[in-house]
Write a protein that binds this ligand. Sequence first.
Ligand code: CDP
Ligand code: ZN
Length: 164
Amino acid sequence: MYRIGIGHDTHRLEPGNGLWLGGVKIPHSQSAVGHSDADVLLHAITDAILGAAALGDIGELFPDDDPENKDRSSSSMLAIARDHVWNASWTIVNMDCIIFAQKPKILPHREVIRQHISELLALDIDQVWLKAKTGEAVGPIGEEQAIAAECIVLLETQAAFNKT
Ligand code: CDP
Ligand code: ZN
């Protein structure tokens, strides 16, 4: 049995010392603002796997008014979500992700990001794909006020379901 999931996330950008994307710190003149490390890509992936398994969403598992979640690494949040998904007998078949950012260029960092995500989720690197798009210099993405990410994931289970 298969289930598909989707995740989307946006964070505001401010002058700063780099961006956490997919668990990797990318050098940049801006940073994303958020309660955690504001890693839009890992937040989108976390929501995609939780959604596919019908196990809630990132804000439910890690409320941003809980001081325990302040500055929590997004890799640790994804690891907890991954454990919930595994405990429910789901395994990840593949995921396809998009980062929406005018700058910086993501392509030179793609392989290290894919490597980090695939290790965290115990996947082969070819089960994780990543691409990036600019905002064509218009709107909040194009004007470098925001960064966003999306992820689509496919889960598989060996368990039999008899849901009507
Ligand atoms: O060419 P098109 O308008 O479809 O896309 P674009 O937004 O201009 O991006 C062109 C290419 O640049 C993408 O396919 C990515 O390979 C790369 N890119 C990137 O590496 N980092 C970004 N932040 C945006 C785009
Ligand atoms: Zn986020």
